[in-house]
Design a protein around this ligand. Sequence first.
Ligand code: ADP
Ligand code: ADP
Length: 226
Amino acid sequence: MFALDVQGLIKIYRGGFQALKGIDLQVEEGDFFALLGPNGAGKSTFIGIIASLVTKSAGRVAVFGHDLDRDPEGAKSCIGLVPQEFNFNLFLPAIEVLINQAGYYGIPRQEARIRAERYLRQLDLWDKRDTEMRRLSGGMKRRLMIARALVHEPRLLILDEPTAGVDIEVRRTMWSFLRALNAQGTTIILTTHYLEEAESLCRNIAIIDQGRIAERTNLTQLLGRL
Ligand code: ADP
Ligand code: ADP
């Protein structure tokens, strides 16, 4: 079974712009996968569809065997999404952002607190647990969003441009956290327009350009050509 199985995926936005022009892509369970491409290539659209935030126009998507049309709840329960932008819950303390999110998945409050505290520690946010989200720096918010995406312990973590605009130290913290998470079995897909990020983290890579998969390769092959 694939972590992600996408066939013939098409997205036409209202107004007629075709952002995805027939994407076929399979990602193996346990993979650390990069979707690499320039701005406007269709990366966020692709991820938005997988995470049920954007409607698709045609095609088939299955997440760990859960078809997005026939079993959307099953698919959603397998996915944690770290969006590129976040401007919700701004007045909540960091720990409450996590406990709230756990509540959304029906996780009892006591268990939610245990998980929230664990991720705050692992992501180097323990000192900020009572700080309101709006008072956190960009890099802290980004790490909090990773924790938020993990509270229901999804099998697939999807990150949209996770380190865009964060400094090198935060980037390192995030990278080592993600490597360890993947080593423990969580499948990870990230989008990036930094080749360096794909290079440093990912085993398999798809290059997306103008709504099509231009290339599907692995790190060894990619580096061999540079
Ligand atoms: P990327 O994440 O690779 O930068 P996006 O998926 O955000 O690319 O965008 C792909 C293309 O679709 C871009 O040309 C963008 O302008 C367009 N697009 C994105 N969202 C919408 C929308 N809601 N309506 C119309 N066009 C959109
Ligand atoms: P859907 O087909 O999934 O319902 P919509 O076409 O309704 O998506 O667009 C979602 C949102 O994205 C709208 O609020 C729209 O204003 C916004 N949007 C429109 N054009 C663009 C664009 N070029 N890039 C990014 N966002 C856009």
